[in-house]
Design a protein around this ligand. Structure first.
Ligand code: NAP
Length: 245
């Protein structure tokens, strides 16, 4: 059954691909963005053509007041929420932990982990009142395995998995499912810095022999949000071409 979804970080990449898939399945979509205003507006206009409501909402999820404002505006615009997808995230340049500046660590944690806390803290009361809903978080294979020279990102993404599992237990009695998608290497701006050699090496490491498309990660998000996953909660679904087995 289609519903109303708020997707954080939906102006580009996996979030934008998820917005398109949700809309194609008839969901109304709140498209959160931070800096990519034009991309979010274009996406909203595109999705409105599918006869669903699609509203772009600017908010930096790493700011607790903006995160709360985002949830209130999404609830107001769509008349409530049935699903929240916590997808917004950033990565740091690959570097040793000892080279990571305190400011970089804080910025990463704020965007990738604190932001989820702020958004979910604001959204959960509405879902609990409805006694129905789904939450999908986006982690990473590095949250499961740890990535060398990716310590801050790996720590935040492991935190996302812990948050997902704890919330699944906490919210199950309220009929709210909480699941996580852990992508491998996906072709988005986040990997724009990789050289052709880097990409070739990553492809070689991947059992399916290629990197993923944003739509492939987004399909897992929409599945976990949908009634097709009605008895699934607290799970981490790897979408990584077999990188983590
Ligand atoms: P992307 O193409 O770089 O897009 C990131 C999105 O997050 C953008 O829409 C951006 O919005 C938004 N965002 C970043 N910081 C934000 C903030 N503080 N407040 C609100 N929105 C914010 O990245 P992606 O590859 O689609 O990544 C999406 C998620 O998947 C992230 O959590 C990432 O860690 C995870 N992931 C990605 C990969 C991969 O290989 N691509 C692998 C594993 C996990 P603006 O542009 O509007 O600022």
């Amino acid at each position: 059954m289609a519903g109303r979804v708020l997707i954080t970080g939906a102006s580009r990449g996996i979030g934008a691909a998820a917005a398109r898939l949700f809309a194609r399945e008839g969901w109304d979509v709140a498209i959160n963005y931070n800096s990519s205003r034009e991309a979010a507006r274009r996406l909203a206009a595109e999705l409105s053509g599918l006869e669903v409501r699609a509203v772009p909402i600017r908010a930096d999820v790493s700011d607790p007041e903006q995160a709360e404002g985002l949830v209130r505006e999404a609830e107001f615009s769509l008349g409530g929420l049935d699903c929240v997808v916590c997808n917004a995230g950033i990565a740091l340049p690959q570097q040793l932990l000892t080279d990571t500046k305190v400011e970089q660590w804080r910025r990463l944690m704020s965007a990738d982990l604190d932001g989820m806390f702020y958004v979910l803290k604001a959204a959960i009361p509405g879902l609990v009142r409805q006694k129905r809903g789904a939450i999908v978080t986006v982690s990473s294979m590095w949250g499961l395995t740890g990535g060398s020279c990716e310590a801050a990102y790996s720590a935040a993404k492991a935190g996302v998995i812990g948050l997902t599992k704890a919330l699944a237990k906490e919210l199950g009695p309220s009929n709210i499912r909480v699941n996580c998608v852990a992508p491998g290497v996906v072709a988005t701006d986040m990997n724009g810095h990789l050289t052709p050699q880097d990409l070739a090496a990553l492809e070689e490491e991947t059992p399916l022999g290629r990197i993923g498309a944003p739509e492939e990660a987004a399909q897992a998000v929409v599945f976990l949000a949908s009634d097709r996953a009605s008895f699934i909660t607290g799970q981490v679904l790897n979408v990584d071409g077999g990188m983590v087995i």
